[in-house]
Design a protein. Sequence first.
Length: 397
Amino acid sequence: MKEFYDVLVIGGGPGGALAAKTAAETGLSVLLVEKRPAIGVPVRCAEGIGKDALAEFIEADPKWIAASVERAVLIGPNGTKFTISNEAAGGKVGYVLDRKVFDRELVWRAVEAGAEIQVHARASAPIMIGGSVQGAIIHQHGKIYEVRAKVVIAADGVESKFPKWAGIDTTVPLWELETCVQYIVNDIDIDPKANVFYISNEACPWGYIWIFPKGPRSANIGIGIAGTKSGEGHRAKDYLDRYLAKEFPNGKVTELIVGGVPVCRPLECSVADNLIIVGDAARLSDPITGGGIYNAMYTGKLAGNVAAAAIKNGDTSKKALMVYDKTWRDSHLGKTLVRNYAVKESFIKMDDKKLNSIVHSMSDMQIEDLSVKKLVLAIFKENPWLALELPHLLKAL
Ligand SMILES: Cc1cc2nc3c(=O)[nH]c(=O)nc-3n(C[C@H](O)[C@H](O)[C@H](O)COP(=O)(O)OP(=O)(O)OC[C@H]3O[C@@H](n4cnc5c(N)ncnc54)[C@H](O)[C@@H]3O)c2cc1C
C-alpha cells in the first residue's frame, strides 16, 4: 500500500469494483480497500439482475450465472398469480447470479485495468484537512496506514459509515430499512425459470418473500420486512420459517444470510469536496424491489469517470463533482428511483384484502412492453377506488 493515490475506493462490491476499474482505465493510480478477507463473501443478496441491465457492463458468463430466468410471477396473499414474461418486462427479468464468483470477476477486471486491491483492509476514518476529505486511515493485519488521495469514492454498501464520518448524514429511518433473511433451499419443487415474488402484509409486513432459482431444484428463498415490523417472535426469520414450513416443508437449507436493504430516498447530495458516494452507500437501491446491483455498477462507473475528469482538470471540489450527482439524478436511474419510491409508499401498507383485490384484477391483464408506470396505470384502471385512495401517485408517475 502506498501513501498516495489519485483515487481511493472504499468497498469491493459491484459499486467499488466498477469505480476502481473505470478510474484505472483512464491511467490514474487507484487503490480499492475491502474490509472483508475475501471479495464476494458472505453473499448478502438474492442475486437477481435484468439481462439488459447486466449487458451494459459485462458480457454474461456461465461461470457466474446460476440460472437464466424467463418470467416473474407475482403472487398475492390468497395465492392469485400474475405472470410477466421477460419480453413484456423489457429484459428486466433475467439472471440469478452467483455473486461469490461475480463480485470477484468485477474486482479482477479492476485489477486488470491497473487498480491495486487490498483485502482485509478496513477504512476506519477519513483524513480531514480544512473540512474536506483527503484520504483515509486504513487498518490491515494489525497495522495502520494513512492513505491520501485526490478523490475518495465511498462504495461501502448498506452499512456505510465513511460518508457519515466525513460529516454527511446517511441515516436510514428504521421503517425504511428492510431487514432481510435468506436461505438457500435445496431439493424443492420450483419453477426453475421463474422469479417469484409473494406479497402479503400478514405474511411479510411492508416487504415481500422471494424465490429466485439457483438450479432445477434449489433457490434463494428470502424475506424482507420493514425494520419497525421486526420484534421478539416476529422477526424476519420467524416469518420466513413459517412460510417455508407451509410451502417447502421438506426443503434442505444449506445456507443462511441476513442483511439490510435501504428502501428510502437517495441521499440529498452524493458528493462533497474530494468525495463521491455510490451504490447502497448513497441509498440508491430500488425502493420497490430492493435491487441495487445495477444501480451500484451504474453509479460506480459514473463516479470513476467523473473522478478522472475532475483530477485531469485539477478541480476535485464539491462543485466540480456535482456533475456526478446531477447525472445520475437526471438519468433513467434517478427518475426510476423517484417514481418507484412513490409507488412503494402507496402500496406498502395496504392490507391483504386490498392486495388480493389488486392482484386479482391483474391476473387477466395482457400488457405488452410492461413498465412500472404502465402496470400501475393498468391497476388504477381496473381498481377505480385507488384513484380516491392514492390521488398523488398518478401525478408522481
Ligand atoms: C437479502 C438481500 C437480497 C438482495 N437481493 C438483491 C437482488 O436480487 N438483486 C439486486 O440487484 N440487489 C439485491 N440486493 C441489494 C444488493 O446486494 C446491493 O444493492 C448491492 O450489493 C450494492 O452494491 P454496493 O457495491 O453498493 O455495496 P456492497 O455490495 O454492499 O459492497 C460494499 C462493500 O464495502 C465493504 N466495506 C464496508 N465498509 C468498509 C470499510 N470501512 N472499509 C473497507 N470496506 C468496507 C463491505 O465489506 C462490502 O464488501 C439484496 C440485498 C440483500 C441484503
